[in-house]
Design a protein around this ligand. Structure first.
Ligand code: ZN
Length: 116
């Protein structure tokens, strides 16, 4: 498998969790293998850290764009997400303005959302 090696100071487009958009990021730190461990968003200067390499918008499965679960975000039915404990999930119902049911595998979990 071919992987791209990055160097500090390189710029690349990736998803900024603060902007919630693909933004140019400047590489701040890399591993010996050239994997990005830290990069800052050029738009909002938020520094993202990557313990397992670069986050990409390529997902397995349905091809829906699944962003990491963020309780501040407002979810709609059918939206996909990734949860650090539960893995990939999909919103099956909005229960209350700030509660959602999310199906992870074959387990539905109630999560909060829209917490400003
Ligand atoms: Zn940003």
């Amino acid at each position: 498998m071919k992987t791209t090696a990055y160097a500090i100071g390189d710029t690349l487009e990736m998803l900024c969790s603060a902007c919630d958009l693909e933004q140019n990021h400047t590489v701040q730190a890399v591993t010996k293998q050239g994997k990005i461990t830290k990069a800052s968003c050029e738009a909002c200067e938020t520094v993202s850290t990557f313990t397992r390499g670069v986050k990409t918008s390529v997902n397995m499965g349905t091809g829906k764009n699944a962003s990491p679960y963020d309780r501040a975000r407002k979810y709609r039915k059918g939206q996909a997400m990734t949860h650090e404990k539960f893995g990939r999930g999909e919103v099956t119902a909005v229960i209350e303005p700030q509660k959602i049911d999310v199906l992870f595998g074959d387990t539905t979990r109630r999560l909060i959302h829209s917490q400003e």
